[in-house]
Design a protein around this ligand. Structure first.
Ligand SMILES: [Zn+2]
Length: 512
């Protein structure tokens, strides 16, 4: 065999491999499944996205419900009672472990994109149409609901087209350009932009785009939304008064916490509006002859899993499931016209139902003793620190940990080992003394991430005693489960890619 022939055969081989790859993508099981769909378009479409919700988050919630209700094993979530189940991979074009913007764009538009890009191709040049925009053009009414700010990466992927998720001001301009009928949940992060324009680094630009991109620097995006016919409200009384036929509504929660998000479910009171009520109101406002498309994001499952807080995460999942139950009740009245799809954008925290230190032991019911979110507890510690400068006492820290996590309470079966006590002591000292966030190459980062050391240590110890382990303060690349019921739900069975979620919905809309 001479060299020339060898080179040629290599090229031919490479060519045939590439051909096979592209053919196999076109002829994939999911693609065939889609092409063979002969049913009609659903009149009512619900697209639920649990941000950071992988198999473990949902199953931990089921194990917790089983444990506190005295059942052996699990108590199924509503979403897991659905008849059709599948899994999908989530990688972005330029990173195996995805982020919410790239994943949201894939789930919304059916195209892979690069990290931090919203509704545009990987080169950040070309806008991509979302399923919500297509539905709007076909005469569906559209609702976008989230428990985090309504301009956050996941909801934004359905109406905005921006090179960076951080360009909140530009995203909020796109919001009112969308003509969608109902936005609800968290607030708008930067309605005025912050003026810190860094033309050389759009990633550093939290608020306003470059001069060219901002259409009118002086215009507050909320005022602009009003000029474009939107009504913005943020009280419970106004929310309750909303009725069928009210259109172009931006309904913001009466109480917003960090990041203009809804409070965590574990911290909510009767004065808050839960995700399920925002969903219920969406159905009431959007139900019409032309049908509706509603996207609901459970956005804080991700946030609390970044902080490795199992009890708060489980309550977020249960809260998200209550919103799904609202859609399911609607489905039961319109089973031949409704589709409900539940997915997630990526897993967060590397949550595992098992931990080396707890061996084969699980005790999910102890998570009920945590009465506050990681954020809420960190605020308490920060306040303690302010009130007791130079006079910090370890026993005060241990008393707060006992009060809010049950840790150290013998009656609850939560005695601390000498090692756990030492971990809390070290964390308390770090919490009282540290000034800046730990850097990723710092030894403390592995212990505490970017969180309050005492909070994250209490969360870790309670998780571990329950039999839950965490491997990361970031996202992981584990495939995401999808569950579906109703018209076209069978398209969501199988093992495919996150882009197939949107491709399936586009296909279903085609039949309209
Ligand atoms: Zn996410």
């Amino acid at each position: 065999m001479n060299f020339k022939f060898n080179k040629l055969s290599c090229l031919l081989l490479l060519g045939s491999i590439l051909l096979t790859l592209s053919t196999s993508a076109k002829d994939s099981v999911i693609e065939k499944q889609r092409q063979n769909y002969k049913g009609k378009a659903p009149k009512y479409i619900f697209y639920f996205i649990g941000d950071g919700m992988g198999l473990s988050q949902a199953n931990a919630a089921e194990a917790y419900l089983g444990a506190i209700n005295g059942k052996s094993g699990i108590q199924k979530l509503e979403m897991n009672k659905f008849p059709h189940h599948g899994f999908y991979t989530t990688n972005a074009t330029n990173r195996f472990i995805t982020g919410s913007a790239a994943a949201g764009t894939a789930l919304a538009t059916g195209h892979k994109t690069s990290i931090n890009t919203i509704g545009m191709d990987a080169s950040k040049q070309k806008p991509l149409q979302s399923v919500a925009e297509r539905a709007r053009d076909l005469g569906y009414k559209v609702g976008i609901i989230s428990s985090v700010s309504i301009d956050h990466a996941t909801p934004a992927s359905f109406y905005a087209h921006q090179p960076s998720r951080s360009m909140y001001y530009n995203i909020s301009l796109n919001l009112s350009e969308s003509n969608f009928n109902y936005f609800a949940g968290g607030g708008i992060k930067h309605p005025e932009g912050d003026g810190k324009v860094d033309k050389n680094n759009i990633m550093a630009n939290f608020g306003m785009g470059t001069d060219k991109e901002v259409k009118n620097k002086q215009t507050n995006s909320i005022e602009l939304a009003k000029k474009r016919g939107y009504r913005l409200l943020n009280t419970k009384a106004e929310f309750r008064k909303l009725k069928k036929g009210d259109d172009k509504i931006i309904a913001i929660a009466p109480r917003l916490v960090g990041g203009k998000a809804l409070p965590y479910a574990i911290d909510q009171t009767k004065d808050d509006i839960p995700l399920s009520e925002f969903t219920k109101k969406g159905i009431e406002l959007l139900d019409n002859k032309g049908g509706f498309f509603i996207m609901v994001e459970g956005g804080k499952i991700d946030w609390t899993c970044h902080a490795n807080d199992a009890a708060t995460a489980i309550k977020e999942v249960i809260n998200f499931d209550s919103a799904i139950k609202v859609a399911l009740d609607f489905y039961k009245k319109h089973p031949k016209e409704t589709l409900i799809v539940v997915g997630g954008d990526h897993e967060t925290g590397g949550m595992a139902l098992g931990f080396s230190g707890s061996h084969y032991h699980s005790a999910f019911s102890i998570l009920q003793y945590q009465d506050i979110s990681n954020d809420g507890f960190s605020e308490i510690i920060d306040q303690y620190k302010k009130d007791n400068i130079g006079n910090y006492k370890l026993e005060d820290g241990m008393a707060l940990v006992k009060k809010h996590f049950g840790l150290g309470d013998k009656e609850k079966g939560l005695e601390l080992s000498a090692f756990e006590t030492k971990q809390l002591k070290n964390a308390f000292e770090q919490s009282m003394n540290y000034k800046k966030e730990f850097k990723k190459d710092d030894q403390f980062y592995l212990l505490y991430g970017s969180y309050n050391p005492l909070t994250v240590t209490a969360c870790h110890i309670l998780s571990q005693k329950a039999g839950i382990g965490w491997t990361s303060f970031s996202h992981t690349a584990t495939p995401i489960p999808v569950k579906a019921i109703g018209v076209g739900a069978e398209l969501f069975s199988g093992y495919y890619d996150n882009t197939d979620m949107a491709k399936n919905i586009f296909k279903l809309l085609e039949s309209k």
